[in-house]
Design a protein around this ligand. Structure first.
Ligand code: SF4
Ligand code: SF4
Ligand code: SF4
Length: 289
């Protein structure tokens, strides 16, 4: 039979447990894919915290909940109680950590893609997979980027391209007024699109009172190698795909590629060249493009 110290050692290797300034205390990070949690789970968490006299909750930038100032001695019984209630610990080691996502078409009127299934498909398959580096995956359903997905190791952004019908345009300027990028300019009373400036947010598509701007099918832009922190860096575009299934398949391939090629101790951004990102991109484009 294992001693309490051995049990604690095993627990602490599992990720989601963060030592605090006072080494006798730790913070527990929970697994909350996309930051979605139902009232019953919240009540259960609240009751367990009350019962164990645990300090305040912290809502993190990566959409998890952290329980602070947990006495290490309480970990075995507390984690058993969480397990019974179906509440799992998050991740914070070199692994796939909590997947973040915006509400998508479920709620946001600017969304180009749905996010709920996407979160479940990714979380169910790859959450807490051991990796050479920490891998954050974030999903934003439009280029407004509410989850800073392009600053994550793997980002998914939903876009929609406007398709103009110039012949019947009245030149009213409503669409140009809607565009935040000044990508629509009126030349000789006709709409002209500046492709360089257009972010494909799709906002102009529904703005035309005469329904003269169509929209492409929604696309999932997958970026790789972004990072936050001291030296923020936008991820590099890998591919644009038109279905959720393909987006999931591509992300799985990226995870596998990172698993096989990245090495520990450096950010993904700084090792993309050494990992032959360009050649990986060509391969992905030929397979899924
Ligand atoms: S990223 Fe876009 S779709 Fe998602 S919540 Fe923000 S504005 Fe809405
Ligand atoms: S899709 Fe967005 S950025 Fe592009 S022209 Fe329309 S409103 Fe502007
Ligand atoms: S809103 Fe419609 S009619 Fe008005 S300028 Fe734009 S495309 Fe033309």
């Amino acid at each position: 039979m294992r001693s309490k110290a051995e049990i604690l050692q095993v627990i602490e290797k599992s990720g989601g447990i963060i030592t605090e300034r006072d080494p006798h205390l730790c913070t527990l990070r929970l697994r909350i894919p996309g930051g979605i949690i139902n009232p019953e789970e919240l009540i259960t968490i609240g009751k367990l915290l009350r019962k164990n006299e645990i300090g305040p909750l912290h809502l993190t930038t990566r959409q998890t909940i952290e329980l602070s100032h947990v006495d290490r001695e309480k970990l075995p019984s507390l984690l058993t109680a969480f397990g019974r209630a179906g509440i799992s610990l998050g991740a914070e080691h070199d692994e796939i950590v909590n997947i973040t996502a915006c509400p998508g078409t479920d709620r946001c009127r600017l969304a180009n893609i749905a996010t709920r299934n996407l979160i479940s498909s990714l979380d169910g398959k790859i959450f807490r997979k051991k990796m050479p580096i920490r891998v954050r995956i974030a999903i934003s359903a439009c280029p407004n980027g509410c989850t800073s997905e392009r600053l994550s190791e793997i980002g998914i952004t939903g876009i929609r391209e406007p398709i103009r019908n110039e012949t019947r345009c009245t030149g009213c300027g409503t669409c140009a007024h809607t565009c935040k990028e000044n990508a629509i300019i009126m030349i000789n009373g006709r709409l002209t699109l500046d492709d360089e400036k257009c972010m494909k947010c799709g906002m102009c598509i529904d703005s035309c009172p005469f329904h003269l701007i169509g929209g492409s099918v929604p696309k999932y832009v997958i970026t790789v190698g972004g990072r936050r922190g001291r030296h923020p860096q936008l991820g590099y575009e890998l591919i644009q795909v038109t279905s959720e299934e393909t987006a999931v398949a591509v992300v799985n391939r990226v995870v596998d590629w990172i698993y096989r090629n990245a090495y520990n101790g450096k950010t993904l951004t700084s090792q993309l060249d050494a990992m032959n990102f360009d050649s990986f991109k060509r391969k992905i484009l030929s397979e899924f493009g």
